[in-house]
Design a protein around this ligand. Structure first.
Ligand code: 5GP
Ligand code: ZN
Length: 134
């Protein structure tokens, strides 16, 4: 578990662009966003996949999503969003710490899932805009 990337991010051992944090959950920008503001919402307690963790943690990531969604939309001018979770290698999971993808969508959005490579400055600016709405 000490080798878990997201656990290290939660503990502050690896930098991230944090959006939100509470007792049970942590939310930060995806480093390879498919859309501007692509956010990962994770339980603080490590679990490889959702059902390996507690039901409380599974519900908590949706509670956080419910709470921060309006701020992300407002901050970035998004008009919709996709939610996604990958569970298991065959489903495309790369990081084995439960996470929910929040992918904002915009008017005229091509709605692709192609990862982009924004600069650290761009990500920092997006995270700041979101935090200002929370
Ligand atoms: P998965 O494929 O496991 O559902 O998604 C893992 C996500 O984590 C990917 O979208 C990927 O871009 C993101 N990711 C991988 N490494 C890092 C990192 O070091 N920092 C951040 N913020 N996101 C990461
Ligand atoms: Zn972890």
């Amino acid at each position: 578990m000490n080798d878990c990337l997201f656990c290290k991010i939660i503990k502050g051992e690896i930098p991230c662009h944090k959006v939100y944090e509470d007792n049970l959950t942590f939310a930060f920008l995806d480093i390879g966003p498919v859309s501007k503001g692509h956010t990962l919402i994770v339980p603080k307690q490590h679990a490889d996949i959702m059902q390996a963790g507690s039901l409380d943690d599974a519900l908590a990531i949706m509670t956080t999503t419910y709470q921060i969604a309006p701020a992300i939309l407002k901050a970035l001018g998004a008009t919709g969003y996709n939610l996604g979770m990958n569970h298991g290698e065959d489903a495309g999971q790369d990081v084995f710490h439960t996470h929910l993808h929040f992918m904002p969508r915009y008017e005229g959005d091509a709605r692709t899932f192609i990862k982009q490579k924004p600069s650290q400055e761009e990500l920092a600016q997006v995270a700041q805009l979101i935090r200002q709405e929370l």
